[in-house]
Design a protein around this ligand. Structure first.
Ligand code: URP
Ligand code: ZN
Ligand code: ZN
Length: 464
């Protein structure tokens, strides 16, 4: 059935204007003032609402075997949570471990998502070792439409790769024209510091941050940038958390390294005092890189405002309280991760746009359009334009509410943002022209989401 969205205030990364949007066959076909609806058209009156392009979360974990357990969401629960919060596309980290076969891992992640996601999705393919099969396997994966890699300079012996493997991965990425995303720390330093702290009897969650200090993240960021420089590859730092790492990234950008930067929701709103809370309350706020000293938050907001931080993701990674308690005798055993897929848009709108820390267009850019451009989804996603997929968020800026685990759709028994006020939420969300959410409730089709094939777009072979 065609859909007409009337009287809305359209807001994109560049412009704001009043117009109606007409959608046929999953696609935006007309954007004009005062469109009338042919018989049989579903009409949404968006008067008083903002109409945004569907938001894109470029960094989530859904299926994830990690730290002796599995992240809690399924593709059904995570995608419904995403949609209720205004996210219409996510890019999931496909993370087979170093012991697994990469191609088998890729097929497994695809099977987990297929037919189960209510919104569209893509993958970043993690390269967790580089052996004699890796080149041909990664070529097949890129040919299948997964045109971005992920590497971990952390998690020694599990996801982590060494510098030689990073070099080989980046050389191949450059040749194939794909972007490589990186978790930037120093696996060896983290491992040594963790052991020293445990030996000294420092076992609680408050020691997680000192085991992976800001300097360690800055070193990893600088090393990744240096390897990009020497391979000519294009890179993207994930979940950047602190001012020294930001400086390393910005220095690299200034000397011409092809590098983009993501930070994630927890690092804009939470500081390390959350992880210093006693017992499981602290454990709930353990993620890597860790929540940092408060002084970093204003540096991240300034960099986001200025576009030096390109995107805001979540690093959504839910573990429940029972799982977090696996680390009750040693902080190194606390499953790392904080969920956020449902809260990202409303919290960044409230504490960014509403508080005057973030321009409305930069908000749309950082939470949607920039990720679409960087990861080969634009203008199909991240845009409100004729020909784009009709993924739209009709946003109510007058809504008032409070984040609570008791009302969330994420499959977890807590929210990392419990009690945060929100000033705005989606009134309706569409995925390729079908209304999937109304006023905080999922009303749509559960398996509607499609795997998004993406083409390589970087390097000499793809220069326009
Ligand atoms: O703590 C985190 N970030 N958990 C998920 C794995 C990762 O490093 O992204
Ligand atoms: Zn990471
Ligand atoms: Zn992650």
């Amino acid at each position: 059935m065609p859909l007409l969205i009337k009287n809305g205030n359209i807001v994109t990364a560049e412009t704001r204007y009043r117009a109606d949007i007409y959608i046929e066959d999953e696609t935006i076909t007309r954007i004009e003032e005062k469109l009338s609806a042919p018989p049989g058209t579903e009409v949404i009156d968006a008067a008083g609402k903002l109409v945004f392009p569907g938001f894109i979360d470029p960094h989530v974990h859904i299926y994830l075997p990690f730290m002796a357990t599995f992240a809690k969401d399924t593709h059904e629960t995570a995608s419904i949570a995403a949609l209720v919060g205004g996210t219409t596309t996510f890019i999931e980290m496909c993370c087979p471990s170093r012991q697994d076969d990469a191609l088998e891992g890729y097929q497994l992640w695809k099977q987990k998502a297929e037919g189960n996601s209510a919104c569209d999705y893509a993958f970043h393919m993690s390269v967790t070792k580089f052996d004699d099969k890796t080149t041909s396997q990664l070529r097949q994966i890129v040919a299948d439409g997964t045109a971005s890699f992920k590497i971990f300079l952390s998690y020694k012996n599990f996801f982590g790769i060494d510098d030689g493997e990073m070099y080989q991965t980046l050389k191949l990425a450059e040749k194939l024209g794909v972007i490589t995303t990186a978790h930037c720390e120093n696996a060896e330093l983290v491992s040594q510091l963790q052991q020293e702290l445990l030996v000294a009897g420092k076992i609680g969650p408050e020691w997680h941050e000192p085991s992976r200090p800001e300097t360690v993240e800055a070193e990893g960021t600088n090393r990744f940038a240096t390897f990009l420089e020497h391979t000519g590859a294009t890179g993207y730092v994930v979940h950047l958390s602190c001012a020294p790492a930001l400086k390393a990234a910005v220095d690299a950008k200034l000397r011409g390294v092809k590098l983009s930067v993501e930070s994630v929701l927890p690092h804009f709103l939470l500081d390390k005092t959350y992880a210093e809370r006693a017992g499981v309350e602290g454990m709930k706020h353990v993620m890597s890189p860790p929540l940092r000293d408060k002084r970093n938050l204003s540096a991240l907001w300034s960099a986001l405002r200025a576009g030096l931080i390109d995107t805001v993701g979540t690093d959504h990674c839910p573990f429940d309280t029972t799982q977090k308690l696996l680390g009750k005798d040693a902080f190194t055993q606390i499953p790392n991760g904080i969920p956020g897929i449902e809260e990202r848009v409303n919290l960044m709108y409230t504490y960014g746009v509403k508080r005057g820390s973030l321009d409305l267009h930069r908000f749309v850019d950082a939470l949607s359009t920039r990720a679409a451009k960087l990861f080969g989804l634009f203008p199909r996603k991240g845009a409100i334009a004729v020909g784009s997929d009709a993924d739209l968020v009709i946003y109510d800026p007058d809504y008032r509410g409070t984040i609570s685990a008791s009302t969330q759709h994420v499959n977890n028994d807590y929210s990392g943002f419990e009690g945060f006020a929100i000033e705005g939420r989606p009134a309706a969300v569409t995925v390729r022209g079908k209304v999937q959410v109304r006023d905080g409730a999922f009303v749509g089709e559960k398996g509607r989401g499609k795997f998004l094939r993406r083409e390589p777009q970087y390097g000499a072979a793809h220069a326009s």
